[in-house]
Design a protein. Structure first.
Length: 239
């Protein structure tokens, strides 16, 4: 069964908007685990506009499920944080400074040498590696050559096409990319704009999916449905 990792960045955004510690990000990390999440994802950025570097350290102390840290490995501060906290998984994302949200995967051909160096660094520290990847067969093949353990399929394109009503066209490139990854022995994660409307179809068509990481939509749903109930609703889409 595909695992659900809850990205709690939006909780930190709310906290930071007023100062203080309400909501308590560490308590939320504890709660989402108790509510049935298979993991916790955070994506610290240099400006710490949501998750702070200290949050990562504090969450590592209480984690009982899987801990996934996403981020830009071009930032030395990020590299140092990952090596210090040693999460179960690090997901490398090709962000630029000040980027609002991740919006593309790596060019695994152009950056092969660089990615290989970074992946080797993290794997030597005993950390499973995953890299953000667009649903392009050539990019998946390039990812394999870097030595990464997994790819994370960037799913914004799927979500937009699905919302326009063409499910088959929306999922087609992702099936091809996932099939190639499976053929090459790569694990497969997915994330970005997955929600209660489109997640089930995605999961059904890629049944060998290892993990999805979902934050924005899940936290928005939790405002109306409650966090515990929402986590269970998302997990039902992955059966």
């Amino acid at each position: 069964m595909t695992k659900l990792s809850v990205n709690i960045n939006k909780i930190a955004t709310i906290r930071n908007s007023r100062g203080g510690n309400n909501p308590d990000v560490v308590k939320v990390a504890i709660d989402v685990q108790e509510f049935g999440s298979d993991g916790v994802t955070v994506h610290p950025r240099p400006d710490e506009r949501h998750i702070r570097y200290q949050d990562v350290r504090d969450i590592k102390k209480i984690i009982t499920t899987e801990f996934n840290i996403e981020g830009n490995c071009r930032e030395q501060k990020f590299i140092d944080l990952v090596l210090e906290t040693r999460p179960h998984q690090v997901t490398l994302v090709p962000d630029v400074e000040g980027q609002l949200t991740s919006d593309h995967g790596w060019d695994t051909i152009q950056y092969k040498d660089y990615l290989t160096e970074m992946i080797t660094l993290f794997k030597n520290a005993g950390i499973r590696t995953s890299i953000f990847c667009d649903p392009i067969v050539e990019m998946v093949e390039g990812a394999k050559k870097t030595g990464t353990d997994r790819i994370e399929l960037y799913t914004e394109g799927y979500a937009k096409a699905y919302a326009q009503g063409d499910k088959e066209s929306a999922i087609a490139p992702y099936i091809k990319a996932a099939q190639k990854a499976k053929e090459l022995g790569l694990g497969i994660n997915a994330g970005h704009d997955l929600d209660l409307q489109n997640l089930g179809y995605f999961s059904k068509n890629i049944p060998w999916l290892d993990e999805v990481s979902i934050g924005h939509a899940l936290i928005c749903d939790a405002i109306y449905l409650g966090l515990e109930n929402t986590i269970q609703l998302y997990k039902r889409q992955l059966v």
